[in-house]
Design a binder for this molecule. Structure first.
Ligand code: PA5
Length: 376
């Protein structure tokens, strides 16, 4: 419904009068209030991905067609968090098969290896290019392809940022294709970049439609109006924080978008959780809600309810629109919380710690063994 809890109302008024939505969509460097923070503007390029990612669609479709003609129709994605959650939601919503390797769980790896390798393409997806778990999965699959008499390089597609060690490796090893993404778009805002679109599109999802869906909501999200659902959601999150809440509950009351809560959870947690502050999102799956098989994603309104105690924020729209809506809301909420919603100092510290366990932490060379990660 249209109720915004009273403590959120003044925040909403302020966001509207400061014309935050329009500035965000225009990637205005004064958005964050000071010249010193102007560099944050460069990281707003996710706001127009529904346009800038268009050229990627043809590349994905061409590769998918080639792969299908070679009998390759099983896509395995090695990637984590910002490099796996979006394609998982996209393919889940469309009921398209995608095998995801996002942990070092031995059972998950064994299951992925048990599939038909003759029909398999591995997508290695890593923004930093050095995430140790993802690199371990690449090595394991390289070995498995080779043992099966398959040219491994022809079965690996890379998605990464320009200049990463993985981009270099992909070129040097002659991998099937290296997709480079905009380095200014952070992992959790990257659903509509190559990170979301390549694995999902190769698996068979309609990624052009996803961009259309985001484009369809762009005007509404850039409106400096109290009806803007992203501003309403941002004000609700901001007021929760101002009122001392540490957790917010995301209760999917029948969105028809499987797994969306996991994606939104990471977006909120990692964008707001830093400097000893933040909002911890808790996702509640409603087992009674209609699944995506019952309700077409275009037809079903998304009701994200029970947010902030009595307040209900209902946001309607298909998946592509939801990505942009929530990214916009969480970015604006970051402004209300007084933090940078685009950095992730703790994730980076954890990545460094993981790599420091390896013999050669800076390298993706083919020497060394995955056992450094999985244990021997
Ligand atoms: O959002 C994040 O920073 C993390 O979830 C990363 O996306 C995740 O660790 C994967 O990182 P990368 O894409 O660099 O391999």
């Amino acid at each position: 419904d249209s109720t915004v809890e009273s403590s959120a109302a003044p925040l909403l008024d302020k966001l509207v009068s400061d014309r935050i939505a329009g500035k965000l969509a225009a990637q205005d460097p004064t958005l964050w209030g000071s010249e010193a923070e102007a560099e944050a503007a460069i990281r707003l390029s996710w706001t127009t991905l529904y346009q800038t990612s268009r050229p990627l669609i043809g590349e994905i479709e061409a590769l998918r067609t080639d792969l299908r003609s070679e009998g390759i129709d099983r896509i395995v994605l090695a990637g984590m968090g910002g490099s796996s959650l979006a394609p998982e939601v996209i393919t889940g919503t469309e009921n398209v098969a995608l095998t995801v390797l996002d942990t070092t769980d031995a059972g998950q790896v064994a299951d992925a290896l048990a599939g038909d390798l003759d029909r398999t393409m591995l997508v290695v997806s890593s923004k930093s290019g050095t995430t140790v778990e993802t690199d371990s999965h690449r090595r394991i699959f390289t070995e498995a392809f080779t043992e099966a008499g398959i040219d491994a390089a022809s079965r690996i597609v890379v998605v990464t940022d320009p200049g990463s060690a993985l981009a270099e490796l992909g070129e040097n090893e002659g991998y099937r294709k290296v997709f480079l993404a905009d380095p200014n778009v952070g992992g959790r805002y990257s659903a509509l970049t190559a990170f979301g679109l390549v694995p999902a599109g190769l698996a068979g999802a309609d990624v052009a439609r996803l961009l259309d869906q985001a484009a369809g909501v762009a005007d509404a999200l850039s409106a400096d109006s109290a009806d803007n659902p992203a501003l309403r959601l941002a004000a609700a999150l901001g007021s929760a924080h101002a009122d001392g809440a540490e957790k917010v509950v995301l209760a999917d009351t029948g969105s028809g978008i499987a797994g969306f809560g996991d994606w939104a959870e990471q977006l909120i947690a990692e964008s707001t959780g830093k400097q000893g502050t933040g909002l911890l999102p808790v996702v509640v799956e409603d087992a009674g809600a209609p699944g995506f098989a019952d309700a077409g994603q275009d037809a079903t309104p998304v009701a994200i309810g029970e947010l902030l105690g009595e307040a209900t924020i209902a946001v309607a729209g298909p998946l592509g629109a939801q990505f942009l809506l929530w990214e916009t809301a969480v970015a604006v909420a970051g402004r209300l919380l007084g933090i940078d919603p685009f950095d992730q100092p703790d994730v980076e510290a954890a990545k460094k710690a993981a790599r420091s366990l390896l013999d050669d932490p800076g390298s993706l060379s083919e020497t060394g063994s995955p056992s450094a990660v999985f244990g021997s």
